[in-house]
Design a protein around this ligand. Structure first.
Ligand SMILES: *[C@@H]1O[C@H](CO)[C@@H](O)[C@H](O)[C@H]1NC(C)=O
Ligand SMILES: *[C@@H]1O[C@H](CO)[C@@H](O)[C@H](O)[C@H]1NC(C)=O
Ligand SMILES: *[C@@H]1O[C@H](CO)[C@@H](O)[C@H](O)[C@H]1NC(C)=O
Ligand SMILES: *[C@@H]1O[C@H](CO)[C@@H](O)[C@H](O)[C@H]1NC(C)=O
Length: 493
């Protein structure tokens, strides 16, 4: 009685109605040494209760109150008058694996009624094993095919797959359960296929067998070694920003390769094999960062002008192939906004806000006429000590002056705008804007916006007054043009 859970009884009561005889549970998996309660029930009083179990199907006549401590099988239930005939097995043994039946007297007539359940006495499976390619070495893109077999479990074991600590759900085939004839032990096998990537290198594939009769799962493991040719992490030409003339410079290029890569630099006609160098430039050995990532570094002890102008070619190779890089260096700071993804978003938002402010300022300036528009015949008064002949500055649309103009701006309005523009430019991608120094003498160009506006390029347009146009060579690509112009008063004709 004590073993009989109340919930169980409630469950039974509902099952019994409508059925002649019920048995619960209908199937059970137990380990050796576990206990088990099986209950049969009818909806009329009974006067006998028989349970048949074991390899010889031994029949036990069970009586309530006959609670002998030496007996392994005793009566369970609320009493014969309740129509309950159950067995409590104190210790399940291996040989109890099989059917357990109860036999009860009928409500009418002479034929006894019977119900049967199945007891599976769990037996741990043998060691799992992984069948597959004998060599652990693969190339990236190879398809790995293997089969995990967990033999002779009762019931069949369950297979789970892991790659390092992560459970795999992809590339798994349907598990197949087989049993040899005459034996009730079951063997389970499952196939797996996986296209190997660089990330799989050194990863451990685990086939884990889980089973009721195992305290700890049993595992079969296989480690992958995946080889691949050097891979670049960023496309295109690499530019190293923020280097300073006269200071030490490091040209870092991060690559991924397995086996370890060899790095060959070429500077003009000069080839620098790994480890080579003079006092000025040194090609350092690739530095392993872990996970197949290597930093390939060219060390420049003191950066000179020609180091900045030069192009650096890098060839990174291993047994499987090679990758080539062109590296440029720049003394400019790396443009913000393209550095980090989150930073880029913030940068764009700020840029848009600043753009709106700038447009508002321009509209305001135009409306209140506090802005001087260049034009033929306007009075220009020199107020600064600049000696260069210059004209009015015409700011068209989103006109953003280049860096050097900021120092030359005399008008407070414009320097404010200039500061603003510089900030706008700082968050925009690397400026491709060379100054559009339009040497227009005529006033008819005043209001014509330049087409570059569409490309988000910022520029300052110089509309020269009556003076002869300033002859300036086009500025070199890495430098900003210097625009000098004199201040003007807000005088009108
Ligand atoms: C066990 O019972 C099932 C029906 O529940 C029957 O098919 C099977 O033959 C029985 N097995 C044995 C060993 O009696
Ligand atoms: C599993 O792989 C074996 C070869 O290792 C093959 O014979 C078997 O058919 C495969 N089973 C399934 C279900 O794909
Ligand atoms: C380049 O790599 C060196 C180590 O090789 C490191 O000390 C340095 O910070 C790196 N520089 C840059 C700009 O990433
Ligand atoms: C490796 O190079 C990257 C730039 O490619 C740099 O950011 C990093 O600091 C370098 N790391 C080491 C350990 O040199």
């Amino acid at each position: 009685m004590a073993y009989f859970p109340a919930v169980f009884g409630l469950l039974m009561a509902s099952v019994v109605t409508g059925q002649l005889i019920s048995i619960e549970p209908r199937e059970s998996v137990r380990r050796v040494g576990d206990n088990l309660t099986v209950l049969c029930q009818v909806n009329y009083p009974i006067d006998s209760c028989r349970i048949t179990l074991g390899p010889t199907q031994t029949s036990y006549r069970l009586r309530p109150n006959d609670n002998d401590a030496n007996q392994n099988v005793i009566y369970a239930g609320k009493g014969l008058e309740s129509g309950e005939c159950g067995a409590h097995i104190r210790q399940v043994t291996e040989d109890l694996n099989g059917n357990i039946s109860c036999t009860l007297p009928p409500e009418r007539g002479p034929v006894e009624i019977t119900a049967t359940m199945r007891l599976v006495v769990a037996r741990p499976p043998s060691e799992p094993h992984l069948e597959g390619p004998s060599s652990p070495s693969f190339q990236e893109g190879d398809t790995f095919l293997a089969r995990c077999v967990v033999p002779d479990g009762r019931p069949a074991a369950k297979i789970r797959w892991y790659l390092d600590d992560n459970e795999l759900h992809e590339g798994l085939y349907k598990p197949v359960i087989t049993s040899s004839p005459g034996a009730d032990l079951q063997t389970i096998s499952q196939n797996i296929s996986r296209v190997l990537s660089a990330d799989d290198n050194n990863m451990v594939l685990t086939c884990r067998a889980e089973h009721e009769a195992l305290l700890e799962p049993k595992e079969a493991k296989r480690q992958f070694i995946v080889y691949y040719k050097p891979k670049r992490l960023e496309p295109g030409t690499i530019t190293i920003f923020g280097l300073k003339l006269g200071a030490e410079g490091r040209l870092n290029v991060t690559v991924r390769a397995n086996p370890p890569p060899r790095a060959d630099w070429t500077l003009g006609a000069r080839a620098l094999p790994p480890g080579a160098g003079d006092g000025h430039v040194t090609a350092l050995q690739p530095l392993h960062l872990g996970g197949g990532y290597y930093n390939v570094t060219l060390l420049i002890s003191q950066i000179e002008k020609e180091d900045v102008d030069r192009k650096y070619y890098l060839r990174v190779s291993n047994d499987l192939g090679s990758e080539e890089f062109t590296v440029l260096i720049s003394t400019l700071d790396e443009p913000t906004g393209v550095e980090l993804e989150a930073g880029a978003i913030v940068g764009i938002v700020i840029a848009v806000l600043l753009l709106l402010i700038a447009i508002t300022l321009i509209v305001f300036a135009k409306a209140t006429n506090r802005w001087c528009f260049a034009g033929r015949g306007r009075d220009n008064t020199k107020s600064s000590g600049e000696s260069t002949p210059a004209g009015d500055v015409l700011l068209t649309g989103m006109a953003l002056p280049v860096t050097d103009t900021e120092s030359a701006v005399g008008g407070r309005e414009r320097s404010r705008l200039a500061g603003l523009s510089a900030r706008v430019r700082a968050v925009l991608p690397r400026p491709k804007d060379k100054v559009q120094a339009t040497e227009a003498a005529a006033a008819d160009t005043e209001d014509k916006p330049l087409s570059e506006e569409k490309k988000n390029v910022v520029y300052a347009e110089l509309a020269l007054g009556d003076q002869p146009p300033t002859e300036k060579p086009p500025p070199p690509s890495t430098e900003y043009a210097e625009i000098v112009y004199k201040d003007q008063k807000e005088t009108k004709e």
